[in-house]
Design a protein around this ligand. Structure first.
Ligand SMILES: [Zn+2]
Length: 483
């Protein structure tokens, strides 16, 4: 490039960019760094925010981009900012595109990172792996206007708007007379007329190969859906217009709506009502994350009725194809091996699967393999704060079923990553482990964790690669022939 050679090197001070070539070309090169002059010149540069901008300008494939035109996409959160090369090595074997930078505000709070740093880490990993297929950056589970703005400022290519705090959940429990009254009070008369016209006593039929199904809303169900969603839909509209205005009227940002963290499963009526309302207001979405029946707990397999799940997913996917051809997005998608074949089959025309914590668990596996004493300390600490940590995530781990760590030999430690209870233990406590401090305010584990991780980074990438490859393969995604 420009007659210069660019590459990454490992140093004691972390990874650096080196630029090599003729002296006058190096002077013209925009990266900031320290120059060492011989017959040719060598420049060593930090992976700073400023240099990341140069990187994205010079190698455009390192900049996050919309993945709208790819029907199967996978979000691979990288909490530590170290897993991305492993993600890329798995993903490039398949006909799938990755959202490599994907963190929620909640995750960033726990790891002490921000959206910009998350994207930077992904960009340099993309450069390192020379992955030119295009990748996304997702501001995940954004709940307010401010959070959306922060994520856009940092350069995300995807916004996941979480509506859970804007839904009026009382609309589910209130008795009919209260629903009638609230509907009259809260919904403008003209709006109500439009809604009745759009929905009332209409049958929405869907054709599928073996028969079909239809969705209808009676007056009560319509009123409940209106009350449930109307503030959320206003909010969606506001955010959508903001995103459009930021991207000069072009929809260059992938827009996902998530209603997966609600206390009730998303019914077909909910889904249909919501999407018809969005269409009516001219709001285009690229993916929708419903909440499915059964349980999608973090880091372990699906729990629930498989055939019911299968049917429900299929029907959601059909509605999505008919009403805007957006993807169904499956969250907490890591390790759901019993439902992956169904998910892959049912949502062939449009699927986004988000995995997040599973690469963190692979990091803990690496620690168990390479630094048993650190693993033991972290495990013990996790046990001590599990009760508190499990308030943040719905999990059912039973600590009594985890073998006492003092009774295990070092070589038995990695097997703890194969057991559901200990997986959940380590999954929900990651923020506490990263933030734990000793009496002098020094990190208890974080620094040693990062040191071990960078010493054994190739081993870590192999673990992550193998694990994510297993995910994609069990979805039944076609292999990439060219590589
Ligand atoms: Zn979610």
């Amino acid at each position: 490039m420009n007659g210069l050679t660019y590459g990454l090197i490992r140093t004691n001070g972390g990874k650096k960019l080196v630029v090599m070539g003729e002296n006058d070309r190096i002077i013209a090169d925009p990266f900031k760094g320290e120059c060492y002059r011989h017959t040719s010149t060598l420049k060593v540069c930090d992976l700073s925010a400023e240099n990341t901008e140069c990187l994205m300008a010079l190698f455009p494939y390192t900049k996050p981009t919309s993945l709208r035109k790819h029907s199967i996409t996978i979000g691979t959160g990288d909490r530590l900012g170290l897993a991305t090369p492993g993600h890329i090595r798995a993903i490039r074997k398949f006909q799938v595109r990755p959202v490599l930078a994907q963190q929620s505000v909640r995750e960033n709070k726990q790891t002490g990172r921000n959206f910009a740093e998350v994207i930077q880490d992904a960009a340099w990993a993309v450069f390192q792996e020379n992955y030119q297929g295009g990748y996304g950056a997702d501001g995940d589970h954004l709940k307010s206007f401010e959070e959306v703005k922060d994520a856009l400022d940092a350069g995300v290519s995807m916004v996941t708007l979480d509506l859970s705090e804007k839904l009026n959940l009382e609309a589910f429990q209130d008795p009919t007379d209260v629903i009638d009254r609230k509907f009259k009070e809260e919904i403008d008369k003209e709006d109500a007329e439009v809604l009745f016209h759009l929905f009332l006593n209409k049958e929405f039929p869907f054709q599928i190969p073996h028969g079909g199904f239809s969705v209808q809303l009676d007056e009560e169900s319509l009123k409940r859906n209106v009350l449930l969603f109307h503030k959320a839909i206003d909010f969606t509209e506001e955010v959508y217009e903001f995103i459009l205005s930021r991207s000069g009227g072009h929809a260059s940002i992938d827009f996902e709506i998530s209603i997966d963290e609600t206390p009730f499963p998303t019914s077909l009526e909910n889904h249909l009502f919501f999407i018809i309302e969005l269409n009516y207001r001219g709001i285009h979405i690229d993916s929708l994350a419903p909440r499915f029946i059964g349980e999608f707990q973090k880091g372990v397999d699906y729990r629930g009725d498989l055939s019911e799940f299968r049917e429900q997913l299929y029907h959601h996917a059909i509605i999505a194809q008919d009403f805007g051809n957006y993807k169904i997005s499956v969250h907490s998608g890591s390790d759901k091996f019993s439902v992956f074949p169904d998910i892959g089959e049912m949502a062939k025309e449009g699927l986004h699967l988000k995995t997040a914590g599973t690469s963190w668990l692979e990091a803990m596996r690496l620690i168990a393999l390479t630094n048993p004493s650190l693993y033991r300390e972290m495990h013990q600490f996790a046990l001590s704060i599990f009760k508190e940590a499990s308030k943040l995530y719905p999990v059912t781990a039973d600590l009594d079923r985890i073998p006492k760590i003092g009774t295990l030999q070092d070589q038995e430690l990695p097997s703890l990553l194969g057991r559901e209870d200990s997986r959940q233990l380590l999954h929900v406590t990651y923020g506490y482990l990263l933030n734990a401090k000793d009496e002098n305010g020094k990190n208890l584990f974080k620094d040693r964790l990062y040191q071990t991780m960078s010493k054994y980074e190739e081993d870590y990438w192999s673990l992550v690669e193998r694990h994510i490859e297993k995910h994609i393969a069990s979805l039944g995604v076609a292999k990439e022939n060219s590589e």
